[in-house]
Design a protein around this ligand. Structure first.
Ligand SMILES: Nc1nc2c(ncn2[C@@H]2O[C@H](COP(=O)(O)OP(=O)(O)OP(=O)(O)O)[C@@H](O)[C@H]2O)c(=O)[nH]1
Length: 381
């Protein structure tokens, strides 16, 4: 393994790491942006489910770096806990962690406000427990929320699957999926779409599932995916992820399927880079961070694969997987990366300029044409 601090990394336009704070996040369909009670435009993600299903643990592990074992000592949540995910992170939204014993007939809860401004609702089901009661609650929650806000995305985390064998895991998922769909049909809501994810805080599955939830709240996702596809094609890269460095959520990847092993490798690489930078990379006299505009790393695996990380801005890193034979043209890859980085910045700048302008919509729909990025520059092949 080799680690290198890329000294010749070109500072980007003098604006690297200084993207405007408001990235224009909103519901994916762009019909209306979510305004929180404080007036901020921030998508809201609700965490619901029965008591002890693992809601608070998920939030703490993914966004507060709590180790999974420490969650054993978490107390029960007895009121709605609102968490602003915006400190030093690209991923900006609010997570509302609900108490498991929430009663939908309690008049003290203002459901119009709660569901009205919500982007995604994650319902957590403990797969190690009997899930019949959880399915009843899921049905009640989803139908109630849908009546108030039809734009909510419903995500079901079949959680704590670390304790289950592979066959049992798949069988539980099939059974839960089937029963939940039947329940919705019985209550006359078969138009509601539920997405299912198998998760555990003891591996990367919870980060992967959360990545997918967050991606659906990023209006620029098609543009980002297209840019990654173009970068891959022109640089002989096999897989690339755009990571939020702090949470290790990937906010976009190219259109090839994600396999867990590649995702885990890339997460581990970010850990290695941050750890090494914290020890050797921080200059004492400056107030510098472990991840900055010259952060870059190259790891050669003994199976002829290369992991290549480059800083995109102070929140985002591009992590690529490619074959060692294709890395001979590193100059081209680096040039293409600079075009990619510039295009990404333009996507967000345009979005920020005018959230609802026709220009922003064009960019969401067709950001890149025939190997040319939206900056009009050709990528090298
Ligand atoms: N095996 C396993 N245990 C988990 C997992 N996630 C959470 N737990 C455990 O589940 C227990 C309950 O977790 P909490 O996060 O407190 O559950 P909660 O849903 O917030 O509970 P309430 O606040 O009562 O609604 C804790 O002991 C966690 O360690 C997981 O992925 N696998």
């Amino acid at each position: 393994m080799s680690y290198q601090d890329d000294e010749e990394g070109v500072p980007f336009d003098g604006t690297t790491g200084s993207f405007p704070k408001n990235f224009g996040y909103g519901p994916y369909d762009g019909d209306h942006d979510i305004i929180s009670s404080s007036g901020d435009q921030k998508p809201r993600i609700l965490l619901m489910g029965l008591r002890r299903s693992g809601k608070s643990s998920i939030q703490k592990v993914v966004f507060h770096k709590m180790s999974p074992n420490e969650t054993l000592f978490l107390g029960s949540t007895n009121k709605i806990v609102k968490d602003d995910i915006n400190n030093s992170s690209f991923v900006q939204f609010q997570i509302w962690d609900f108490p498991g014993q929430i009663d939908f007939f309690d008049s003290s809860f203002d459901y119009d406000t709660i569901f009205g401004g919500c982007g995604a609702l994650i319902f957590v089901i403990d797969a190690q427990d009997d899930y019949i009661e959880a399915l009843n609650k899921l049905n009640l929650t989803v139908t109630k929320a849908y009546k108030i806000n039809q734009n909510i995305r419903f995500e079901v985390f079949i959680h704590k699957v670390d304790g289950l064998g592979d066959d049992f895991k798949m069988e539980s998922q099939r059974d839960i999926h089937q029963r939940a769909a039947d329940d919705l049909t019985d209550s006359g809501y078969d138009q509601i779409h539920l997405s299912f994810h198998l998760t555990s805080i003891y591996d990367h599955s919870i980060f992967e599932a959360f990545s997918k939830v967050v991606q659906k709240l990023i209006p620029q996702l098609p543009a980002l995916e297209n840019l990654l596809n173009i970068l891959n094609t022109n640089s002989a890269i096999e897989k690339s992820f755009l990571f939020d460095v702090v949470s290790k959520i990937y906010i976009a990847t190219d259109s090839t399927p994600v396999d867990m092993q590649s995702y885990e490798l890339c997460c581990d690489m970010i850990d290695v880079v941050i750890d090494l930078s914290s020890i050797y990379g921080i200059k004492e006299e400056q107030d510098s961070a472990a991840f900055d505009e010259i952060s870059s790393s190259l790891i050669k695996l003994n199976n002829g694969t290369i992991l290549y990380l480059r800083e995109v801005n102070k929140f985002l890193a591009l992590v690529c997987i490619l074959r060692e034979d294709n890395f001979v043209s590193k100059g081209i890859i680096d040039y293409n990366f600079l075009c990619f980085r510039k295009a990404i910045q333009q996507v967000f700048e345009l979005r920020n300029k005018n959230n609802s302008s026709p220009v922003a919509n064009v960019i969401e729909g067709s950001p890149v044409v025939n190997g040319t990025n939206i900056a009009g520059e050709e990528l090298s092949t």
